[in-house]
Write a protein that binds this ligand. Structure first.
Ligand code: HEM
Ligand code: HEM
Length: 182
């Protein structure tokens, strides 16, 4: 199979959604860490950055769900033929974990906000979303911890994922996987 063969690459819609979701997730990880480190007195913290983080976080949830739905209905390219078995297993496991966490991390973020008694609400491009959980300080702390721990797990997996792509691109050129997603 050559690189010009359409079955070599991911279908266009999945490639577009991959990069959109990647950009949103990388931005949200950086924004999440920055905004929580800012002192509470910083004017932008709760007025601008938290609402921005929540809004784009909900957008990731929608993009990730659409991507999963389309992915389930689309034929995916076979793994690159030259991968060693451990590379194939590891990359599959990391892909699957990232697909799941791209849904679960924003869900935990929403659950944290919805269960927080003093929440300013969850904005989404001009509308306030309903907060569907009962207000409960204990549940809030659990969701907050889960959101943080799973977001950092996702960050670690993304680092591993990118390291794998770079390894194949620079040191294992026969199995360069980047063109499959471009
Ligand atoms: C894939 C999507 C998301 C990612 C990667 C992400 C990532 C993060 C990260 C890394 C932090 C900093 C954690 C810390 O250091 O304490 C954070 C905090 C936060 N996130 Fe998200 N987040 C996402 C979606 C959401 C959503 C959808 C909401 C709510 C609707 C949300 C609400 C919050 C809130 C309120 C905080 C601050 C928690 C605090 O003050 O301790 N996040 N997020
Ligand atoms: C700049 C960073 C990134 C680069 C360079 C990159 C590159 C790639 C490449 C080349 C592939 C195809 C691998 C193959 O088929 O062997 C891929 C697949 C994948 N990437 Fe990324 N990626 C990045 C960020 C992310 C992020 C942030 C996520 C978070 C969810 C992600 C999730 C995935 C998933 C789930 C797949 C498997 C595709 C599928 O089976 O649907 N990537 N990526």
């Amino acid at each position: 199979m050559t690189r010009s063969d359409p079955s070599y690459r991911y279908p266009l819609v999945l490639r577009v959604l991959h990069w959109l979701r990647a950009a949103l997730i990388l931005g949200l990880l950086a924004l999440g860490v920055t905004m929580t480190l800012l002192p509470d007195a910083a004017p932008a913290k709760f007025a601008t950055l938290y609402p921005l983080h929540k809004q784009f976080g909900v957008l990731v949830l929608l993009v990730a769900l659409v991507q999963l739905g389309l992915r389930a209905r689309t034929a995916l390219p076979a793994p690159p033929a030259g991968l060693k078995p451990w590379e194939r297993h590891l990359s599959h496991a990391v892909h699957r974990a990232m697909l799941v966490l791209a849904v679960v991390v924003p869900l935990m973020g929403y659950a944290m906000s919805a269960s927080y008694a003093q929440s300013d609400g969850v904005p989404f491009f001009g509308v306030m979303l309903p907060e569907l959980l009962p207000k409960n300080d204990h549940a809030f702390e659990v969701f907050r911890l889960l959101h943080k721990a799973l977001a950092f797990t996702l960050a670690g997996l993304v680092a591993l994922h990118v390291a794998g792509v770079v390894k194949h691109r620079l040191f294992d050129k026969a199995n360069d996987v980047l063109p499959r997603m471009l």
